[in-house]
Design a protein around this ligand. Sequence first.
Ligand code: PMV
Length: 298
Amino acid sequence: MGFGRGKVILLGEHSVVHGSPAIAMGISRGISAVARAAEEDLLTLSPWGLQVRPRSDGSEPLEQAFAIVLGTYSNRPPLRVDVQVDLPSGAGLGCSAALGVAIFDAIDGALRISRSREELGRMAHEWEEVFHGSPSGIDNMAAAVGGVLRYRKGAPLKPLSLARPLRVVVAHSGERSKTKEMVSLVARQLASNPARVHDKFDDVSDLVDEAEVALSIGDMRTLGRLLNWNHGILSSLLLSTPKVEDLCRLARAHGALGAKVTGAGGGGCIVALAEDGEHAHRIRDVLGSRSFVDEVRQ
Ligand code: PMV
């Protein structure tokens, strides 16, 4: 069975695309996949009811991406890959990356190829490019490796150790967004006012450094404040929406230590930091049926 995790970005989305560091957390929900030798190459996706055949000149990204995956294996039999998706797409939770990782992982299993989770994450980068153009790479690494990670393009991946368990509530605004469009919205702002946007990226970099320290000493209050500041910067880059703002406000009003939009923004999910497990469940109850609790203990 192959598995790719969903992820939340705790700090640093968007600026990570432009070379700044970010911190992501792999979540328990994700995508599982099983591969086996078959009559023809086929990818099925439940519960979406999709059947995909590989086509490198295909008009559908899934056809192209599946062709890329299969093309990396030589001397293989035709493969059928059955995927079970337990993540909303277009929600900032890294659905496409989790899908790529799960499929590579399943095929590796079927062909008895063993490789590290980090290498698996790197392999899924090309898959992500089909969907997002020029992804930073943080989603595919978090989907493969899990835990809490500091990521910067071109730098070694840094798993972070936690002094205290990290408990978050993830809540969906119900609005779908497209990562590619949100990334180009930021790129346009960067092109029209480089100094202003670079200043914001530098501020986010500082927040990431401070968050790494806060995690290492278990200072969750400080971490929460850093999340709030990061949210303010993301909002100033037009990445929030009224629904996202409402969710963040509600989470904070019910004692969340911090709350922010996570992932591409323009809708999608927020992540709220809770004091402990019980507190996380209380915040989840307030945020409603489209929210869930997750944690990393490490
Ligand atoms: O919304 P998601 O899950 O695709 O996350 C996007 C994260 C970005 O930083 C906005 C893009 C990237 O490639 O890192």
